[in-house]
Design a protein around this ligand. Sequence first.
Ligand code: NAD
Length: 251
Amino acid sequence: MGKLDGRVILVTGAARGQGEQEARLFRAEGAEVVVADVLDGQGEALAKEIGACYVHLDVGEEADWRSAVTAAKAEYGRIDGLVNNAGILRFNSLVDTPLDEFMNVVRVNQVGVFLGIKAVAPEIGAAGGGTIVNTASYTGLTGMAYVGAYSATKHAIVGLTRVAALELAPKGIRVNAVCPGAVDTPMSNPGAEAEAGAVDALYRRLVPLGRIGRPDEVARLALFLTSEDSSYITGQPFVIDGGWLAGVSAI
Ligand code: NAD
């Protein structure tokens, strides 16, 4: 018995990183998975490997969401879970951030989650209820210099999560958010191998548990929030950060 037997779950940004681990774990737990991304080559290869279906979905485009829902229903008959995972990060001080850059981060991270809820919640309701997991961030609950646009969108995702939970509870849809700290994916460490030592040293100092997180650890939290294990939980942000947000450590 898997924790998601018989469920149909769409995961955005699932071609790599945390979304990939979520797609793999959900499939292993018995779900039919719709892998959605803009990285078509990687997304198609993953879907083929795990026995899922792939759809091209730019989360900031409403027409793409309509096509993705149509494709998912054609393949599996319904959708009863969504993980809004796709996101982008840009580093800049607020005063140096061009408006185009700010708006692009808003379009993908914030508008993407809004459109996902708007397009998929009616389908989940029609399927008799289900779950939505939105990917916010540690920076959705606190500030961090040089990620102003990103942090603003992640705070907005926590707000959207709370409102969606209230509005969708009568339809049997639970809505929660994951708030990861630093997780070892291409987003947090684009320099990869060459800088791995420096990154390790940084997180040994910054994070109470002494290391960067792994994407499979975030996937397990997303599984908890997507499965019956969290049946009485809705509207909440869940921090997964190795203790980073607990406070300032002087030891
Ligand atoms: P990643 O860059 O490895 O993966 C992001 C995925 O989203 C990629 O596959 C990318 O192609 C996809 N994507 C980007 N723009 C898209 C769009 N317009 N439409 C559809 N897909 C798009 O990064 P990740 O760390 O796996 O990030 C996953 C989520 O976790 C993001 O929302 C990110 O903000 C959040 N997050 C990451 C960290 C971290 O340290 N890695 C920390 C907190 C939150």
